[in-house]
Design a protein around this ligand. Structure first.
Ligand code: M6R
Length: 610
């Protein structure tokens, strides 16, 4: 939540900041602001709304080569210009991502020194605190402030009397930095650095970075120099652009054949005709699975839904108990995990506050932890005992699509490796499974070719007020994902139901014309699902039925209003393919409703507050 960027160097800082904020806008878009060093001192410009609105706020002729910028997702205080960052107190101007939990107490203390906040934000109190501690030595002030602040933060700070210098520190919230020809850049996410460098580092927590035109110096709180580990990305700028697509979401939907391929390919070993999952590059040993008496998958939102699919798969194939826990519940539930548990955390960003806290708790309790993460070097990736990266590339649209199918791919690899290690699969069975997995990208392509059909069909959903997804087994797991996707970008109320559960309450909500998306890709429960379809149709529902081409050749005619068929596949692999239909339905319905597909109201991509 909130995107921050700092730059000092040899080119126009204003442009670096505004362009960077546009890349970071997915992290929050309630308001935006920049502060730059000019001949007049530190000048600040803010506006409510998106970065484009901020651009209009900056008068022509503002010249600067150093500044900080922020795009806000409001937590403390409404969406107003006063609450927008940067915030200034005395000599200090700063931007912040995170939440200062003890800001009330601090504000009360600082009042005695005559410092009265102008905004309703926790951030301004941090600026007040730093100003009260600053006597010319930034390190001293920051180190002292850190002792007093509780909560999560990433700060970029400018001190009025230290022209063209930026200091940064973080706890919890992310910050990555790079040194380029143009100067030194620091931001919440690598996408904002990509224009300048593919080499970057993650600022370690509680370390201070000092950015000058020619260098980034990192020290710990005791003044010792730290050399952070350099990371690199193999994407270029186009990976974070729309590349001719109307929205990032549509582009990312279309990238799925490639992202699944990129995630699976490095984990395949071919030997004597056998195709086997191989985690040697990830350094994930079989013992991790063999010693797991119990598996807990914990995550939030879409990442948690990928876990729901993982659970069905692992339980069915390996017969080891798996539970899926919402990370925000897990962390406060005193969960039953110990040294014999394997806790798998899933996160696109690798920075989701609740997921990170769940991971830390699991480690504290002695569990082994494995992270499935998309963003390289993110907190979750670094802190877990083991990490398997999804190679989905940057995901910019708030609605997660390619990260989800890449997470599924990792669960399928894990299930297969686990089955091999435990002897549930022999090499032949594993090869058959892996061949099916390798065939997924081509089948996704086939569905994408049919997007015109979905576009047309989505018109029927555009006026809906409520919509229900139903399914059984893997289809139920996928229904949860279909439902979140639809509601987050179309604002249509939607719910996912285990199809058999409908008549225990929810059926009362089905009235004439209510759309129901019924997922019926699983042969074993297909007749049962069809009975449920008949039940909702008898109450007037408009049913869109999704089936598996492998199972439904002789399906009864006229059983549904719209019928979508995924390319024939083994039932276990259906979620990959049916997911694409659900993503496209959400996308086109949102477009027809004239909504902001990529940046839906009230949401942000990376949820770094609890
Ligand atoms: O970065 P993470 O995968 O940890 O994010 C988790 C959720 O916030 C995220 O999946 C969210 O539910 C998506 N916007 C759904 O499309």
């Amino acid at each position: 939540m909130c995107g921050i960027i700092g730059f000092t160097g040899y080119i126009d800082a204003k442009e670096v900041l505004l362009n960077g904020l546009a890349e970071l806008e997915y992290r929050g878009y309630d308001s935006a602001g920049v502060a730059v060093f000019t001949d007049k001192g530190v000048e600040t410009f803010k506006n409510v709304g998106k970065v484009a609105a901020l651009r209009n706020e900056i008068p022509a002729g503002v010249e600067s080569s150093c500044g900080i910028g922020h795009t806000r997702w409001a937590t403390h205080g409404g969406v107003t210009k006063t609450n927008a960052h940067p915030h200034t107190c005395g000599k200090v101007t700063l931007i912040h991502n995170g939440i200062i939990e003890n800001y009330h107490e601090l504000a009360a203390e600082l009042k005695n020194g005559g410092r009265i906040p102008q905004s309703q934000t926790d951030t301004e109190v941090a600026a007040m605190l730093l100003d009260s501690l600053y006597t010319g030595d930034a390190y001293e002030a920051i180190s002292e402030a850190v002792k007093r602040l509780t909560g999560a933060y990433a700060f970029c700070i400018m001190f009025e009397d230290q022209k063209d210098v930026i200091y940064c520190i973080r706890k919890g919230s992310p910050l990555v930095a790079c040194m380029a020809e143009e100067g030194a850049v620091i931001a919440s996410d690598m996408v904002a650095l990509l224009k300048y460098s593919k080499e970057y580092f993650v600022l370690p927590e509680f370390n201070i970075a000092k950015l000058t035109k020619n260098s980034i110096m990192v020290t710990d709180l005791y003044g010792n120099t730290v050399t952070p580990t350099m990371l690199s990305v193999n994407w270029d700028m186009s990976a974070a652009q729309k590349n001719g697509f109307k929205h990032y979401m549509l582009k990312e939907i279309h990238e799925q054949p490639e992202s699944v391929k990129l995630t699976v390919r490095p984990r395949i070993k071919r030997e004597n005709g056998a195709v086997l999952p191989d985690f040697s590059e990830d350094k994930v040993p079989d013992e991790l699975f063999l010693n797991a008496g119990k598996i807990v998958i914990t995550a939030c939102g879409t990442a948690m839904h990928a876990g729901l699919v993982g659970r069905v798969l692992i339980e069915k194939m390996i017969r080891v108990p798996v539970s899926v826990e919402i990370a925000s519940e897990f962390r406060y539930a005193d969960p039953i995990v110990d040294e014999k548990s394997l806790v798998i955390v899933v996160s696109q960003s690798g920075e989701t506050a609740d997921t990170l806290a769940a991971l830390r708790l699991a480690k504290e309790k002695g569990a082994k932890t494995l992270a499935i993460v998309n963003v390289k070097g993110s907190s979750i990736a670094r802190e877990a005992d083991y990490c398997m990266y999804t190679h989905a590339g940057p995901e910019i649209a708030v609605a997660s699509t390619k990260a989800y199918t890449a997470q599924l791919a990792v669960f399928y690899l894990i299930a297969c490796r686990f089955a091999l290690a435990t002897g549930k699969f022999d090499k032949e069975q594993a090869t058959e499974f892996m061949n099916e997995l390798e065939a997924v990208p081509e089948k996704i392509e086939k569905i994408l070719e049919e997007r015109g059909v979905i576009k047309e069909l989505s018109k029927r959903l555009t006026p809906a007020r409520d919509l229900f997804f139903i399914g059984r087994g893997l289809d139920y797991a996928l229904s949860c994902e279909g439902s979140i996707k639809l509601k987050e970008i179309t604002y249509i109320h939607s719910e996912a139901y285990a199809a058999g559960e409908l008549k225990h309450g929810t059926l009362s909500l089905i009235t004439g014309g209510t759309p129901v998306i019924a997922l019926g890709t699983q042969k074993a429960v297909f007749p049962k699902l069809i009975s449920n379809v008949k039940e909702v149709r008898a109450r007037g529902a408009m049913v869109i039925l999704v089936t598996n081409g492998a199972n439904t050749d002789d399906m009864e005619k006229g059983i549904c209003d719209e019928h979508l068929v995924i390319p024939a596949c083994k039932d276990e692999f259906a979620p990959f393919l049916a997911a694409i239909y659900l993503q496209l339905i959400a996308y086109y319905t949102s477009s027809y409703r004239g909504l902001d597909v990529d940046q839906p109201r009230n949401l942000a991509k990376s949820v770094t507050v609890e």
